[in-house]
Design a protein around this ligand. Sequence first.
Ligand SMILES: Cc1cc2nc3c(=O)[nH]c(=O)nc-3n(C[C@H](O)[C@H](O)[C@H](O)COP(=O)(O)OP(=O)(O)OC[C@H]3O[C@@H](n4cnc5c(N)ncnc54)[C@H](O)[C@@H]3O)c2cc1C
Length: 397
Amino acid sequence: MASPQHVLIIGGGLGGPALAIALARRNIRSSIYELRSEPGDIGGALMLPPNALRVLDKVVGVYESVRSSGYVLQRVTAYASDGMKLGEVGLGEEKEDGYPAVRIRRPTLHKVLLEECARHGVTIQYGKKLERIEETDDGVTAFLVDGTSATGDILVGADGIHSKVREHVLGPAAPTATYSGLCGIGGTLPQSQIRTPPGYHFPAFIYTSAGMLMAMLVDPEGQTIGWASQETIPDKGREGWEEYQRTGQAARAAKKTYQAVTHEPIRSIMDGIVDDQVNLWAPYELPDLPTWHTNRGSAQAFEDAGYLARLLESHDAVAKGYDKVFARFEKVRKDRFQHVRDITAASGSTRRGSGPGLAWTFRKWATKAYFWFKGGVLRDTRITGYDVQEEDIGVES
Ligand SMILES: Cc1cc2nc3c(=O)[nH]c(=O)nc-3n(C[C@H](O)[C@H](O)[C@H](O)COP(=O)(O)OP(=O)(O)OC[C@H]3O[C@@H](n4cnc5c(N)ncnc54)[C@H](O)[C@@H]3O)c2cc1C
């Protein structure tokens, strides 16, 4: 069996277009169906570590555009709110990992991917919400809510956390995504507006008694600070979150969290927030799935896209049948995802506040001691060193 002639991709977020480009580079045609009426300018900033950039370079071929559209960094300095340096967090060491890390606004990254799709002649159809899927011996048909349909050899669900494709695959066993409880709130400010203590370096993770404030750089020149904070807020539902953001409640929640911090640069970042100009991202989570998995975060979505494109390009793999191809995909990606999830789960707790007084004093010095114990730099090559190109694509008969 040859590689598929036409792949249907549901979802034109980040993973869908990345997969489409990777397939086009391997002469496999695909079409993307996206429920939104247009790409839009929604979302905050994302961190692309070396493992994501490696796929974007070797498999998708957009590394240079991504690198020049975001802020290139290797390390983030960790500070306590009073300005005490705690240590550094290594996100990508260009010499050792082969790539640095890039902090980039999601809409900017999305635009880079969409432009590359256009260059490869990939069609993205907007206003196309998947309703149901029918599989036959010859292929698969996607029926869309607007009454149209599309047929291909295979269909890939890149339709995010509330995936309709997942519902089709798992049937009644499909779990519902639940809100994680921690909402990300953030925005941007010109760096010139921020009062920076002497010797202070951005990008910075600023630990406070109320939680951790990220002050990252998001533009290629490093002139714009993208601040972000995680707040414990009960679920508000889709419309509720939109209202929470639009009416400035999200901005006020972040300001309230850091109201007791009198030190710079937090004070001038908070003072500079324009209430109706913040982004909000309420992440949802899924439990482990009985079959097939999901991705979490853009780096995992890109790794998925890279590995799937490699499998579909391989005539040997496809000759064994799509069931075998997808079983292999599931096995490799599930192992990797669970590994990443276990490693990152531990870091989430450090972003939550300790509370003021002695609890904070203890947290601050314990964090400083931990950095010291680790040689001043925290770094985890188990995540950043991963190369999807090195995964075996052997498919068992
Ligand atoms: C608008 C938006 C803003 C985001 N902002 C942030 C952020 O600030 N910070 C952060 O860390 N992560 C953010 N994310 C999440 C991050 O982009 C994803 O975790 C990551 O990109 C995973 O990629 P994905 O392609 O699997 O999913 P996504 O990038 O979420 O894309 C899924 C796409 O599928 C489409 N879709 C869903 N259902 C259907 C359907 N039935 N039919 C057709 N299309 C469908 C969606 O409209 C969406 O465009 C955002 C996602 C979105 C959609």
